[in-house]
Design a protein around this ligand. Structure first.
Ligand SMILES: *Cc1c(COP(=O)(O)O)cnc(C)c1O
Length: 507
Protein backbone atom coordinates (compact mmCIF):
# COMPACT_ATOMS: atom_id res chain seq x y z
CA UNK A 1 0.00 0.00 0.00
CA UNK A 2 1.20 3.47 -0.87
CA UNK A 3 1.71 5.94 1.93
CA UNK A 4 -1.13 8.47 1.74
CA UNK A 5 -0.94 12.16 2.53
CA UNK A 6 -3.69 13.87 4.47
CA UNK A 7 -4.34 17.49 5.42
CA UNK A 8 -3.41 18.81 8.88
CA UNK A 9 -6.87 20.43 8.79
CA UNK A 10 -8.68 17.26 7.78
CA UNK A 11 -10.94 18.61 5.05
CA UNK A 12 -9.03 17.66 1.92
CA UNK A 13 -8.84 14.41 0.01
CA UNK A 14 -6.01 12.00 0.88
CA UNK A 15 -3.52 11.77 -1.99
CA UNK A 16 -0.32 9.97 -2.98
CA UNK A 17 3.10 11.57 -2.49
CA UNK A 18 3.38 12.60 -6.15
CA UNK A 19 0.00 14.36 -6.08
CA UNK A 20 0.97 16.09 -2.82
CA UNK A 21 4.11 17.37 -4.60
CA UNK A 22 2.00 18.74 -7.46
CA UNK A 23 -0.62 20.34 -5.21
CA UNK A 24 1.82 21.87 -2.72
CA UNK A 25 -0.88 23.12 -0.35
CA UNK A 26 -4.08 21.20 0.51
CA UNK A 27 -7.40 22.52 -0.80
CA UNK A 28 -8.56 23.28 2.77
CA UNK A 29 -5.51 25.47 3.42
CA UNK A 30 -3.79 22.78 5.50
CA UNK A 31 -0.42 21.11 4.92
CA UNK A 32 0.09 17.55 3.73
CA UNK A 33 1.34 15.07 6.36
CA UNK A 34 1.96 11.36 5.85
CA UNK A 35 -0.69 9.12 7.42
CA UNK A 36 2.09 7.48 9.41
CA UNK A 37 5.77 8.24 9.79
CA UNK A 38 7.89 5.44 8.31
CA UNK A 39 11.01 3.94 9.95
CA UNK A 40 14.34 3.58 8.16
CA UNK A 41 14.71 0.19 6.52
CA UNK A 42 18.37 -0.41 7.50
CA UNK A 43 20.19 -0.53 10.84
CA UNK A 44 22.07 2.52 12.13
CA UNK A 45 25.34 0.62 11.73
CA UNK A 46 24.91 0.71 7.94
CA UNK A 47 24.62 4.50 7.66
CA UNK A 48 28.35 5.24 7.92
CA UNK A 49 28.97 3.36 4.68
CA UNK A 50 26.42 5.23 2.57
CA UNK A 51 27.19 8.27 0.41
CA UNK A 52 24.85 11.21 0.17
CA UNK A 53 22.81 9.95 -2.77
CA UNK A 54 22.36 6.50 -1.24
CA UNK A 55 21.22 8.11 2.00
CA UNK A 56 18.77 10.36 0.17
CA UNK A 57 17.31 7.32 -1.57
CA UNK A 58 16.99 5.44 1.73
CA UNK A 59 14.94 8.29 3.19
CA UNK A 60 12.87 9.24 0.16
CA UNK A 61 11.79 5.73 -0.73
CA UNK A 62 9.96 5.58 2.60
CA UNK A 63 8.06 8.84 2.05
CA UNK A 64 7.59 8.92 -1.73
CA UNK A 65 6.23 5.42 -2.07
CA UNK A 66 4.38 5.90 -5.36
CA UNK A 67 7.63 6.81 -7.14
CA UNK A 68 9.51 3.82 -8.54
CA UNK A 69 13.09 3.06 -7.53
CA UNK A 70 14.30 4.18 -10.98
CA UNK A 71 12.35 7.41 -10.78
CA UNK A 72 13.69 8.35 -7.36
CA UNK A 73 17.26 7.43 -8.20
CA UNK A 74 17.04 9.44 -11.41
CA UNK A 75 15.76 12.50 -9.51
CA UNK A 76 18.50 12.15 -6.90
CA UNK A 77 21.23 11.78 -9.53
CA UNK A 78 20.03 14.89 -11.34
CA UNK A 79 19.95 16.90 -8.10
CA UNK A 80 23.16 16.08 -6.28
CA UNK A 81 25.73 16.32 -9.06
CA UNK A 82 28.49 18.80 -10.00
CA UNK A 83 26.19 21.66 -9.05
CA UNK A 84 27.65 21.01 -5.61
CA UNK A 85 31.29 21.92 -5.10
CA UNK A 86 32.07 18.78 -3.08
CA UNK A 87 31.10 15.16 -3.78
CA UNK A 88 30.24 14.85 -0.09
CA UNK A 89 27.34 17.28 -0.80
CA UNK A 90 26.84 18.01 2.92
CA UNK A 91 30.23 17.67 4.69
CA UNK A 92 30.56 17.60 8.48
CA UNK A 93 33.35 19.78 9.94
CA UNK A 94 34.51 18.50 13.30
CA UNK A 95 35.37 21.08 15.94
CA UNK A 96 36.30 20.84 19.65
CA UNK A 97 33.08 22.15 21.03
CA UNK A 98 30.67 21.49 18.16
CA UNK A 99 30.63 19.89 14.76
CA UNK A 100 29.15 21.78 11.83
CA UNK A 101 26.94 20.29 9.12
CA UNK A 102 27.71 22.42 6.06
CA UNK A 103 24.61 22.75 3.87
CA UNK A 104 26.00 25.50 1.66
CA UNK A 105 27.92 23.72 -1.07
CA UNK A 106 25.29 24.16 -3.80
CA UNK A 107 24.76 26.82 -6.44
CA UNK A 108 23.55 29.60 -4.16
CA UNK A 109 25.88 28.75 -1.26
CA UNK A 110 22.96 28.40 1.17
CA UNK A 111 20.86 25.55 2.49
CA UNK A 112 17.77 25.98 0.29
CA UNK A 113 19.81 24.37 -2.50
CA UNK A 114 19.57 21.04 -0.66
CA UNK A 115 15.84 20.82 -1.36
CA UNK A 116 15.46 23.07 -4.38
CA UNK A 117 17.93 20.97 -6.37
CA UNK A 118 15.65 17.96 -5.99
CA UNK A 119 12.14 19.44 -6.04
CA UNK A 120 12.07 20.24 -9.80
CA UNK A 121 12.80 16.60 -10.64
CA UNK A 122 10.30 15.26 -8.11
CA UNK A 123 7.75 17.64 -9.61
CA UNK A 124 8.31 16.85 -13.30
CA UNK A 125 8.32 13.12 -12.50
CA UNK A 126 5.05 13.58 -10.58
CA UNK A 127 3.45 15.35 -13.55
CA UNK A 128 4.44 12.51 -15.88
CA UNK A 129 3.21 9.84 -13.47
CA UNK A 130 -0.14 11.56 -13.16
CA UNK A 131 -0.49 12.11 -16.93
CA UNK A 132 -0.46 15.88 -16.74
CA UNK A 133 0.73 17.10 -20.10
CA UNK A 134 0.91 20.83 -19.44
CA UNK A 135 4.20 22.58 -18.87
CA UNK A 136 4.51 23.74 -15.27
CA UNK A 137 5.23 27.42 -14.65
CA UNK A 138 6.82 28.23 -11.31
CA UNK A 139 6.02 31.74 -10.10
CA UNK A 140 8.07 33.05 -7.21
CA UNK A 141 8.33 36.35 -5.37
CA UNK A 142 11.58 36.64 -3.52
CA UNK A 143 13.25 38.87 -0.98
CA UNK A 144 16.57 37.48 -2.15
CA UNK A 145 17.50 33.93 -1.30
CA UNK A 146 14.67 31.65 -2.36
CA UNK A 147 14.46 33.24 -5.81
CA UNK A 148 18.00 32.40 -6.77
CA UNK A 149 17.81 28.89 -5.31
CA UNK A 150 14.59 28.24 -7.27
CA UNK A 151 16.12 29.68 -10.46
CA UNK A 152 19.18 27.49 -10.10
CA UNK A 153 17.07 24.42 -9.30
CA UNK A 154 14.67 24.79 -12.22
CA UNK A 155 17.10 26.12 -14.86
CA UNK A 156 16.88 23.94 -17.97
CA UNK A 157 14.69 21.30 -16.29
CA UNK A 158 12.61 19.85 -19.12
CA UNK A 159 8.88 20.62 -18.93
CA UNK A 160 9.23 23.62 -16.59
CA UNK A 161 9.40 27.40 -16.78
CA UNK A 162 10.38 29.63 -13.92
CA UNK A 163 9.56 33.30 -13.43
CA UNK A 164 10.97 35.21 -10.47
CA UNK A 165 10.00 38.69 -9.27
CA UNK A 166 12.10 40.66 -6.81
CA UNK A 167 11.71 44.18 -5.38
CA UNK A 168 13.89 46.73 -7.17
CA UNK A 169 16.33 48.03 -4.56
CA UNK A 170 14.99 45.55 -1.99
CA UNK A 171 17.67 42.89 -2.32
CA UNK A 172 21.44 43.19 -1.95
CA UNK A 173 23.54 43.96 -5.03
CA UNK A 174 25.06 40.50 -4.74
CA UNK A 175 21.66 38.81 -4.58
CA UNK A 176 20.47 40.83 -7.56
CA UNK A 177 23.55 39.83 -9.55
CA UNK A 178 22.95 36.20 -8.64
CA UNK A 179 19.49 36.39 -10.19
CA UNK A 180 20.05 38.58 -13.24
CA UNK A 181 22.99 36.48 -14.40
CA UNK A 182 21.03 33.21 -14.21
CA UNK A 183 21.43 31.12 -17.36
CA UNK A 184 18.83 28.71 -18.73
CA UNK A 185 16.38 28.74 -21.64
CA UNK A 186 13.35 28.46 -19.34
CA UNK A 187 14.18 31.19 -16.81
CA UNK A 188 12.84 34.75 -16.59
CA UNK A 189 13.54 37.36 -13.95
CA UNK A 190 12.04 40.79 -13.45
CA UNK A 191 12.45 43.42 -10.81
CA UNK A 192 9.29 45.15 -9.62
CA UNK A 193 8.96 48.82 -8.68
CA UNK A 194 7.75 48.17 -5.16
CA UNK A 195 8.70 46.26 -2.02
CA UNK A 196 8.67 42.54 -1.25
CA UNK A 197 5.04 42.64 -0.11
CA UNK A 198 4.04 44.13 -3.46
CA UNK A 199 5.84 41.31 -5.26
CA UNK A 200 4.19 38.73 -3.05
CA UNK A 201 0.68 40.15 -3.45
CA UNK A 202 1.25 40.40 -7.20
CA UNK A 203 2.11 36.70 -7.37
CA UNK A 204 -0.82 35.81 -5.08
CA UNK A 205 -3.22 37.75 -7.31
CA UNK A 206 -2.00 35.86 -10.36
CA UNK A 207 -2.52 32.54 -8.56
CA UNK A 208 -6.05 33.55 -7.51
CA UNK A 209 -7.05 34.77 -10.98
CA UNK A 210 -9.16 31.82 -12.17
CA UNK A 211 -9.78 33.34 -15.58
CA UNK A 212 -6.08 33.87 -16.19
CA UNK A 213 -5.27 30.35 -15.06
CA UNK A 214 -7.88 28.94 -17.42
CA UNK A 215 -6.41 30.88 -20.33
CA UNK A 216 -2.94 29.60 -19.44
CA UNK A 217 -4.25 26.07 -19.32
CA UNK A 218 -5.58 26.45 -22.84
CA UNK A 219 -2.10 27.44 -23.92
CA UNK A 220 -0.66 24.37 -22.21
CA UNK A 221 0.58 25.81 -18.91
CA UNK A 222 -0.23 25.19 -15.25
CA UNK A 223 0.97 27.38 -12.40
CA UNK A 224 2.83 26.12 -9.37
CA UNK A 225 5.04 27.51 -6.61
CA UNK A 226 8.20 26.11 -5.12
CA UNK A 227 6.95 26.83 -1.63
CA UNK A 228 8.79 25.61 1.47
CA UNK A 229 5.66 23.83 2.71
CA UNK A 230 5.78 21.40 -0.25
CA UNK A 231 6.61 17.86 0.87
CA UNK A 232 9.02 17.79 -2.07
CA UNK A 233 11.10 20.33 -0.17
CA UNK A 234 10.58 18.96 3.32
CA UNK A 235 11.60 15.32 2.93
CA UNK A 236 14.84 15.91 1.01
CA UNK A 237 15.89 17.78 4.15
CA UNK A 238 15.43 14.69 6.33
CA UNK A 239 18.22 13.06 4.32
CA UNK A 240 21.02 15.29 5.59
CA UNK A 241 20.27 14.52 9.22
CA UNK A 242 20.47 10.80 8.49
CA UNK A 243 23.66 11.37 6.48
CA UNK A 244 25.22 13.56 9.20
CA UNK A 245 24.56 10.88 11.82
CA UNK A 246 26.41 8.35 9.66
CA UNK A 247 29.33 10.78 9.17
CA UNK A 248 29.58 11.46 12.90
CA UNK A 249 29.83 7.72 13.55
CA UNK A 250 32.36 7.30 10.77
CA UNK A 251 34.62 10.12 11.99
CA UNK A 252 34.50 8.80 15.55
CA UNK A 253 32.64 11.75 17.10
CA UNK A 254 29.93 9.37 18.34
CA UNK A 255 29.45 5.62 18.60
CA UNK A 256 26.66 3.98 16.69
CA UNK A 257 23.45 4.32 18.72
CA UNK A 258 24.65 7.34 20.74
CA UNK A 259 22.44 10.38 20.97
CA UNK A 260 23.28 13.54 19.05
CA UNK A 261 21.82 16.99 19.75
CA UNK A 262 21.31 19.36 16.84
CA UNK A 263 21.09 23.15 16.80
CA UNK A 264 19.14 24.53 13.86
CA UNK A 265 18.88 28.17 12.71
CA UNK A 266 15.14 28.45 12.27
CA UNK A 267 12.81 30.65 10.24
CA UNK A 268 9.94 28.92 8.51
CA UNK A 269 10.46 25.79 10.66
CA UNK A 270 11.17 23.50 7.68
CA UNK A 271 14.75 22.59 8.51
CA UNK A 272 14.15 21.72 12.17
CA UNK A 273 10.92 19.87 11.32
CA UNK A 274 13.02 17.66 9.04
CA UNK A 275 15.19 16.86 12.09
CA UNK A 276 12.02 15.90 13.99
CA UNK A 277 11.04 13.52 11.17
CA UNK A 278 14.57 12.05 11.13
CA UNK A 279 14.20 11.34 14.84
CA UNK A 280 10.79 9.71 14.34
CA UNK A 281 12.34 7.56 11.60
CA UNK A 282 14.81 6.13 14.10
CA UNK A 283 17.86 8.42 14.12
CA UNK A 284 18.86 8.87 17.80
CA UNK A 285 18.72 12.63 17.84
CA UNK A 286 18.46 14.10 21.33
CA UNK A 287 17.49 17.72 21.79
CA UNK A 288 16.45 19.76 18.77
CA UNK A 289 17.66 23.25 19.63
CA UNK A 290 15.39 25.75 17.86
CA UNK A 291 17.61 28.78 17.33
CA UNK A 292 16.03 32.16 16.57
CA UNK A 293 17.41 35.64 16.05
CA UNK A 294 15.78 38.73 17.61
CA UNK A 295 12.54 37.77 15.84
CA UNK A 296 12.03 35.28 18.64
CA UNK A 297 8.39 34.34 18.17
CA UNK A 298 9.28 30.62 18.27
CA UNK A 299 11.29 31.07 21.47
CA UNK A 300 8.27 32.58 23.19
CA UNK A 301 6.03 29.85 21.79
CA UNK A 302 8.11 26.97 23.13
CA UNK A 303 8.55 28.75 26.48
CA UNK A 304 4.91 29.73 27.02
CA UNK A 305 2.69 27.72 24.67
CA UNK A 306 1.45 30.95 23.06
CA UNK A 307 2.32 31.72 19.47
CA UNK A 308 1.85 35.45 18.95
CA UNK A 309 2.87 37.14 15.73
CA UNK A 310 1.64 40.55 16.90
CA UNK A 311 5.02 42.11 17.45
CA UNK A 312 7.59 44.32 15.81
CA UNK A 313 9.36 42.85 12.79
CA UNK A 314 13.11 43.28 13.23
CA UNK A 315 15.63 43.39 10.38
CA UNK A 316 18.69 41.40 11.44
CA UNK A 317 21.98 40.21 9.99
CA UNK A 318 20.35 36.79 9.45
CA UNK A 319 17.57 37.89 7.05
CA UNK A 320 16.45 34.38 6.08
CA UNK A 321 15.25 33.95 9.66
CA UNK A 322 13.43 37.28 9.85
CA UNK A 323 9.99 35.71 9.95
CA UNK A 324 6.89 36.19 12.08
CA UNK A 325 4.79 33.30 10.75
CA UNK A 326 6.65 29.99 10.59
CA UNK A 327 4.40 28.14 8.16
CA UNK A 328 5.83 24.65 8.66
CA UNK A 329 5.08 24.86 12.41
CA UNK A 330 1.51 23.81 11.55
CA UNK A 331 2.75 20.28 11.01
CA UNK A 332 4.23 20.12 14.51
CA UNK A 333 1.04 21.60 15.98
CA UNK A 334 -0.86 18.75 14.31
CA UNK A 335 1.36 16.17 16.04
CA UNK A 336 1.17 18.00 19.40
CA UNK A 337 -2.63 18.02 19.03
CA UNK A 338 -2.50 14.23 18.87
CA UNK A 339 -3.18 14.34 15.10
CA UNK A 340 -6.50 16.03 15.78
CA UNK A 341 -7.30 17.93 12.55
CA UNK A 342 -10.18 19.95 13.98
CA UNK A 343 -8.04 21.19 16.84
CA UNK A 344 -5.24 22.07 14.41
CA UNK A 345 -7.66 23.91 12.14
CA UNK A 346 -9.01 25.87 15.12
CA UNK A 347 -5.50 27.03 16.14
CA UNK A 348 -4.79 28.13 12.58
CA UNK A 349 -8.11 30.00 12.44
CA UNK A 350 -7.08 31.82 15.64
CA UNK A 351 -3.75 32.66 14.04
CA UNK A 352 -5.38 34.21 11.01
CA UNK A 353 -8.06 36.04 13.00
CA UNK A 354 -6.14 37.22 16.08
CA UNK A 355 -2.57 36.58 15.05
CA UNK A 356 -2.13 34.18 17.95
CA UNK A 357 -3.11 30.90 19.58
CA UNK A 358 -2.29 29.05 22.79
CA UNK A 359 -1.60 25.36 23.30
CA UNK A 360 -2.34 23.85 26.69
CA UNK A 361 0.31 22.36 28.93
CA UNK A 362 -0.36 18.74 28.04
CA UNK A 363 0.22 19.54 24.38
CA UNK A 364 3.39 21.49 25.10
CA UNK A 365 4.69 18.56 27.17
CA UNK A 366 4.79 16.57 23.92
CA UNK A 367 7.19 19.18 22.51
CA UNK A 368 9.91 18.31 25.03
CA UNK A 369 12.43 17.47 22.28
CA UNK A 370 12.50 21.12 21.24
CA UNK A 371 14.65 23.53 23.22
CA UNK A 372 14.27 27.16 22.19
CA UNK A 373 17.11 29.69 22.40
CA UNK A 374 17.67 33.01 20.68
CA UNK A 375 20.62 35.25 19.98
CA UNK A 376 20.77 39.05 19.85
CA UNK A 377 22.69 40.87 17.11
CA UNK A 378 25.59 41.50 19.51
CA UNK A 379 25.71 37.82 20.45
CA UNK A 380 25.74 36.85 16.77
CA UNK A 381 28.71 39.14 16.04
CA UNK A 382 30.57 37.93 19.14
CA UNK A 383 29.97 34.31 18.14
CA UNK A 384 31.33 34.81 14.62
CA UNK A 385 34.36 36.52 16.16
CA UNK A 386 34.96 33.87 18.81
CA UNK A 387 34.54 30.82 16.60
CA UNK A 388 37.11 32.31 14.23
CA UNK A 389 39.52 33.04 17.11
CA UNK A 390 39.10 29.60 18.69
CA UNK A 391 39.08 27.32 15.71
CA UNK A 392 40.00 29.44 12.70
CA UNK A 393 36.61 28.69 11.21
CA UNK A 394 34.51 31.47 9.75
CA UNK A 395 30.73 31.10 10.01
CA UNK A 396 27.88 33.20 8.62
CA UNK A 397 25.30 35.03 10.81
CA UNK A 398 22.61 32.30 10.48
CA UNK A 399 25.05 29.63 11.57
CA UNK A 400 26.21 31.96 14.35
CA UNK A 401 22.66 32.15 15.71
CA UNK A 402 22.63 28.36 15.98
CA UNK A 403 26.12 28.25 17.50
CA UNK A 404 25.19 30.86 20.10
CA UNK A 405 22.03 28.86 20.87
CA UNK A 406 24.07 25.68 21.30
CA UNK A 407 26.33 27.36 23.87
CA UNK A 408 23.36 28.85 25.72
CA UNK A 409 21.87 25.37 25.94
CA UNK A 410 25.21 24.10 27.26
CA UNK A 411 25.33 26.75 29.97
CA UNK A 412 21.75 26.05 31.09
CA UNK A 413 22.18 22.24 31.02
CA UNK A 414 25.88 21.72 31.89
CA UNK A 415 25.28 18.07 32.75
CA UNK A 416 24.14 17.17 29.23
CA UNK A 417 27.32 15.89 27.61
CA UNK A 418 25.60 14.79 24.41
CA UNK A 419 27.65 15.96 21.39
CA UNK A 420 26.04 18.77 19.43
CA UNK A 421 25.86 19.25 15.69
CA UNK A 422 25.34 22.83 14.55
CA UNK A 423 23.51 23.10 11.23
CA UNK A 424 25.36 25.57 9.06
CA UNK A 425 22.97 27.08 6.54
CA UNK A 426 24.99 29.63 4.59
CA UNK A 427 28.52 30.26 3.44
CA UNK A 428 30.20 33.24 5.13
CA UNK A 429 30.74 34.56 1.58
CA UNK A 430 27.03 35.18 1.29
CA UNK A 431 26.90 37.71 4.12
CA UNK A 432 30.36 39.20 3.84
CA UNK A 433 29.72 42.58 5.41
CA UNK A 434 28.34 41.26 8.71
CA UNK A 435 30.97 38.55 8.81
CA UNK A 436 33.85 40.93 8.11
CA UNK A 437 32.64 43.38 10.72
CA UNK A 438 32.54 40.61 13.31
CA UNK A 439 35.82 38.95 12.39
CA UNK A 440 37.83 42.05 11.75
CA UNK A 441 36.35 44.47 14.27
CA UNK A 442 38.26 47.65 14.79
CA UNK A 443 41.17 46.82 12.52
CA UNK A 444 41.34 49.58 9.91
CA UNK A 445 41.40 48.47 6.29
CA UNK A 446 44.05 50.16 4.18
CA UNK A 447 43.78 50.77 0.47
CA UNK A 448 45.34 53.12 -2.06
CA UNK A 449 42.72 55.65 -0.97
CA UNK A 450 43.94 55.54 2.61
CA UNK A 451 41.85 54.00 5.38
CA UNK A 452 38.46 52.84 4.15
CA UNK A 453 35.63 51.62 6.30
CA UNK A 454 33.96 48.27 5.61
CA UNK A 455 30.79 50.21 4.89
CA UNK A 456 32.43 51.83 1.87
CA UNK A 457 33.52 48.56 0.29
CA UNK A 458 31.39 46.79 -2.30
CA UNK A 459 30.46 43.12 -2.04
CA UNK A 460 33.35 41.86 -4.13
CA UNK A 461 35.96 43.94 -2.29
CA UNK A 462 34.61 42.49 0.95
CA UNK A 463 34.76 39.00 -0.53
CA UNK A 464 38.43 39.44 -1.41
CA UNK A 465 39.16 40.84 2.03
CA UNK A 466 37.40 37.92 3.73
CA UNK A 467 39.42 35.52 1.62
CA UNK A 468 42.63 37.26 2.69
CA UNK A 469 41.73 37.02 6.36
CA UNK A 470 40.13 33.56 6.49
CA UNK A 471 42.12 31.67 3.88
CA UNK A 472 38.88 29.89 2.91
CA UNK A 473 38.61 29.42 -0.86
CA UNK A 474 36.11 31.70 -2.54
CA UNK A 475 33.27 29.43 -3.75
CA UNK A 476 32.97 28.96 -7.52
CA UNK A 477 29.41 30.20 -7.30
CA UNK A 478 30.78 33.58 -6.18
CA UNK A 479 33.57 33.76 -8.75
CA UNK A 480 31.14 32.96 -11.55
CA UNK A 481 28.95 35.90 -10.64
CA UNK A 482 31.85 38.31 -10.54
CA UNK A 483 32.45 37.88 -14.24
CA UNK A 484 29.01 36.73 -15.48
CA UNK A 485 27.05 38.60 -18.13
CA UNK A 486 23.80 40.26 -17.13
CA UNK A 487 21.05 38.36 -18.94
CA UNK A 488 17.90 39.84 -17.43
CA UNK A 489 17.24 43.57 -17.17
CA UNK A 490 13.45 43.63 -16.93
CA UNK A 491 11.73 46.14 -14.68
CA UNK A 492 7.97 46.28 -14.27
CA UNK A 493 5.35 48.19 -12.33
CA UNK A 494 3.47 46.21 -9.68
CA UNK A 495 0.39 46.31 -11.90
CA UNK A 496 2.33 44.81 -14.80
CA UNK A 497 3.35 41.50 -13.26
CA UNK A 498 0.57 39.52 -14.92
CA UNK A 499 1.39 41.10 -18.27
CA UNK A 500 5.02 40.09 -17.77
CA UNK A 501 3.99 36.48 -17.20
CA UNK A 502 1.80 36.61 -20.31
CA UNK A 503 4.55 38.11 -22.44
CA UNK A 504 7.10 35.58 -21.21
CA UNK A 505 4.89 32.60 -21.96
CA UNK A 506 3.85 33.90 -25.39
CA UNK A 507 7.43 34.08 -26.55
C1 LIG B 1 15.77 29.58 4.89
C2 LIG B 1 16.98 29.70 5.74
C3 LIG B 1 16.95 29.40 7.12
C4 LIG B 1 15.69 29.00 7.85
O1 LIG B 1 15.25 27.72 7.50
P1 LIG B 1 13.72 27.30 7.75
O2 LIG B 1 13.58 25.97 7.13
O3 LIG B 1 12.91 28.35 7.05
O4 LIG B 1 13.49 27.30 9.21
C5 LIG B 1 18.14 29.50 7.84
N1 LIG B 1 19.28 29.90 7.25
C6 LIG B 1 19.34 30.22 5.94
C7 LIG B 1 20.63 30.67 5.36
C8 LIG B 1 18.20 30.12 5.13
O5 LIG B 1 18.28 30.43 3.83
Amino acid sequence: MDLRYISTRGKAEAVSASVAVINGLCSDGGLYVPESIPRLSVGLDKLAELDYKETAYLVLKEFMTDYTEDELKHCINMAYDEKFDTPEIAPVKVGDEYSFLELFHGKTIAFKDMALSLLPHLLTTALKKNHIEEEVVILTATSGDTGKAALAGFADVEGTRIIVFYPKGGVSRFQELQMVTQKGKNVSVSSVKGNFDDCQSGVKNIFNDEEFRASLKEKGYILSSANSINIGRLFPQVAYYVYAYGRMVKNGSISCGDELNVSVPTGNFGNILAAYYAKQMGIPLGKLICASNENNVLYDFFKSGTYDKNREFILTSSPSMDILISSNLERLIYYLAGRDCDKTAAFMADLSKQGKYTLDKSMMDLAHDFVPEYATEDEVAATIHNVNEWMGYVIDPHTAVATAAASMYKSVFPTDNTPCLVVSTASPYKFTKSVMKAVDDEKPVYSTEGIVSLDDMDDFELIDKLHEISGVDIPNAVEEIRSAKILHDNVCEKEEMKAFVEKTLNK
